[in-house]
Design a protein around this ligand. Sequence first.
Ligand SMILES: [Zn+2]
Length: 317
Amino acid sequence: MKNCDICERDDFSLIATRIREGEGRIVRCNNCGLVMQEADWDSKRLKEYYEIEYQLSNSLVTGKEQSAQEHFNDRIRTIRSVFEKVYPLLDPESRVLEIGCGAGELLSLISPHVSKCVGVEMNSSFVEFIRSNLSIEAYAEDINKLSLEGGFDLIICIATLDHLPNPLETLITMKKLLAPSGKIYIEVPNLDEALNRFLPKGNSERYKEFFWHRAHLFYFDRDTIEALFKKAGFLCDVSCRHEYTLKNFMHWYYLGKPQTDFVTGVTGNEFFSGETQFETRMNGIFNEMESVFKKIMAETFSGDNLCCVGHLDPDRQ
Ligand SMILES: [Zn+2]
């Protein structure tokens, strides 16, 4: 196994042997705390996985391989919370690159506000969709192998850096592609999210097994993502947001299992169909609680995503 990506030591403890898909090995660096999956992924394997397997095993609608259009339609319903974090970083003159852009959902929202958008995504059917339906420049290639003209004012990478076997190399690639005053906006799952810490025993174990995931090669907390940024030559501000609903949290808390799929987990916060006054008013309670819940999750860094705005460290250039 390779050495730790942050501190370069070779001193790990095995912390889990069961992952969502069955057997797996999750280790933690005893020196810096970085958590990673022991897995042997090269560029070819990565390409094959995201071209074929990922869309079967990780569709937004469980058990259904979605077309690019279907993926786009579902993800666009939930991407607005990401767009709200990105929007303050946009300028009409900005050149924006998104790495791991899916079917272009976020870029489609960004595009009207900037001068140029470019997307990079492993899945070539998604890239075809982006080119033909969104008229946005896009490439189906590993960002570390692609020769792109640099000078981007903003580079975005959502729920992707933790999927890559070489996150440090990818951050350094971003550095090369960034304009001197440019910024990067990165989101990764939060290892310290509330679901990982505050479920009753038993259900907590079941959540952890679900949390460790074949596709997620690295698991960051606030300290380790900051350390990785620093190593790549970036200073960063980290904030937190929570994508899943309070209902999803309660589902895990009481039942110890996931909801049917991603879209249900992030959009359906109501408990009743709402046909009677009782149901409508009860749903009202949950709608009111939802925004308070999201605020608590963000402010206590217990949400499911860490949101990092990075810029080049002037002392490291
Ligand atoms: Zn380490």
